[in-house]
Design a protein around this ligand. Structure first.
Ligand code: ZN
Length: 71
């Protein structure tokens, strides 16, 4: 009987917990740049209008509805 086996590359040994964790120390999500609104102090991405007060470059560019206006 002729066996038609296909052989594949197989890891010589199991990767240890330490080796796996050492390799994955480089796999992490980068934290984007964060700055704070000069008017209300909320944290936001640079070069974007503030979502809390609508402030950008010394003027209110967005009209933000407050809870008092909605009521
Ligand atoms: Zn703000």
């Amino acid at each position: 009987m002729k066996l038609n086996l296909q052989l594949f590359a197989v890891p010589f040994r199991r990767t240890s917990k330490t080796k796996k964790r050492m390799r994955r120390t480089h796999l992490k999500k980068e934290v984007g740049a964060i700055c704070s609104c000069p008017k209300c102090g909320a944290s936001l991405r640079p070069h974007r209008a503030c979502s809390k007060c609508g402030y950008y470059k010394n003027e209110d560019v967005l009209k933000i509805q407050t809870e008092e206006e909605n009521a």
